[in-house]
Write a protein that binds this ligand. Sequence first.
Ligand code: AHR
Length: 627
Amino acid sequence: VNLLVRSSGGNLSSPIMYGLMHEDINNSGDGGIYAELIRNRAFQGSDKFPVSLEAWSSVNGATLKLHKLAKPLSAALPTSVNVAGAKGKIGLANSGYWGIDVKIQNYTGSFYVKGAYEGFFTASLQSVLTKEVFGSVEIASKSVQDDWVQHSFTLVPSKAAPSSNNTFAITFDTAGLKGEDRSLDFNLITLFPPTYNSRPNGLRVDLVQAFAALKPKFLRFPGGNMLEGNTISTFWKWNETIGPLKDRPGMAGVWDYHLTTGLGLIEYMEWCDDLQLEPILGVWSGLALDGAYYPQSKVDEAVQFALDELEFLTGAVSTKWGAVRASLGYPKPWTIKYVEIGNEDWLAGRPTAYDTYKKYRFPMFLKAFGQKYPDIQVIASPSVFDDMVIPAPAAGDYHPYLTPDQMVASFSKFDRLSKQNLTLIGEAASTHPNGGKGWDGNLMSNPWWGGSVGEAIFLIGAERNADRVIGATYAPGLRNLNRWQWGMTIVQHAADPALTTLSTSWYLLGNHPLAKTLPVTASSGGIGPLYYVAGTGEKGTGVFKAAVYNATQPVPVSVRFEGIETKGLTATLTVLTGPENPYGTNDPFTHANVVKETKSTLTAGEGGVFDFSLSRLSVAVLETEKK
Ligand code: AHR
């Protein structure tokens, strides 16, 4: 294939072409990027997920019982655990999110207790198998009979544990109990390792770093289905995810577990701040996953709820919600440039609910945001590919969950978008094998190399049109290897950071952002089996991105960049290849990484031509030295 990258023409690229999407699925928030180590820390629950002692066990024969006391810790956290026992040091232990990583580092924690007790509490980290204690700390009791008292501590293990099969325990000496009932009540027991940027209530360092390696430019949150909620009254209520943890009731998650919402609106914004991500904020549109929706007469309520959320984030301290933000310690307003109205409103309750979105729900939001926040880019949750006419300048959101063949067949999909059809690719992944049953079958249980190449070709197609594509992101972004609903993910993790594994090819494309795309003329060969895009990198370099699909032989490629057709010019060629079997997948447990990356320096020959060849199922980026 002989290609000439022209020096003019083409279009500007999106400054936020690659990003992240987050909702709590696959224990990606609780038990994932939210660094809290204690599972079921406040015995939260709902009709859908009744309160339980999940992850808790007794120490030294203590009796653990859940109660709703007349005087709870807070209205948001009404259930606490009563710990009783006859003699000696008793308490309760937590197994964490399927283990706890123990290193010689500061663990900061706290718990609330109610009950008269004189003496000390012991907080400790120990092995499940050998009972070896890696670290403990004594905390003087301030506990009293009739009130809840918070006890805070720092625990520094003297030894790192050989595995993450550990528990965290709090014990106390029954000899110090002064109340008649000879027991203590506990609630909101938390423990954090060091967090990213040392944020209190912050994020897990290795997972943020894994995301940072993808060079993301935006974060779309909080969903995804999580935003919609299971029923019309259980959507993601932003105002219940802010403030002290004791005032956050959590919510019935949509992915088979209750959510603490410890990772709340402010924590999402801090995540954006820390990685310099543009927030793409999803606001609830009045649709639930069970298909229920707000009638027109109630949509104003949902609109106001969203406008309040915007005021909370961006309003001056003199505004009602800006003042609330300031009272929580955040006087400086954030900036929000993108707001998405709902999530996949074309799907739940179809066709009736979708009709209401087209007829009045979206128009009412659009009007209200246009009036109050005219500079915000409003995004509809369907795209023009979902049978919706989206009035410019509003954009749409397209979620291709496809087979690799379908991804490749979609290469030219965005060529057909007009300048009036601005589109976000707010979720995308190869989810089903070629020739399978599609959505009537199962999702693949792991991201696989052939799927990644399909995604890469789809993304290259999107990048060719990045003046009409806001950006693209994989979903779901994280998967806890112990409990997950969707196997597809870009980062897999468990309690042990050694198991954190990056999958697939997105990082390569995201690591070479284009400032501008440039037309490419083929003097021989063309699109398929080589798919490509070219342009100018953000630092003025020449960039050529390509992937090969459905080829039996390596594809020879010659590329010239018009205007820098200099013999001797050098460029770096990075090529990702996978295993012979396209279903090969990374395995964190064996540390098998099926994706092989090779980097080489190429020197342009006569006429500035770079010659190389790309094998079947490969993804590559050629980037010249600075012009
Ligand atoms: O990414 C998993 C789910 O797929 C999202 O929650 C939803 O938006 C989509 O259907």
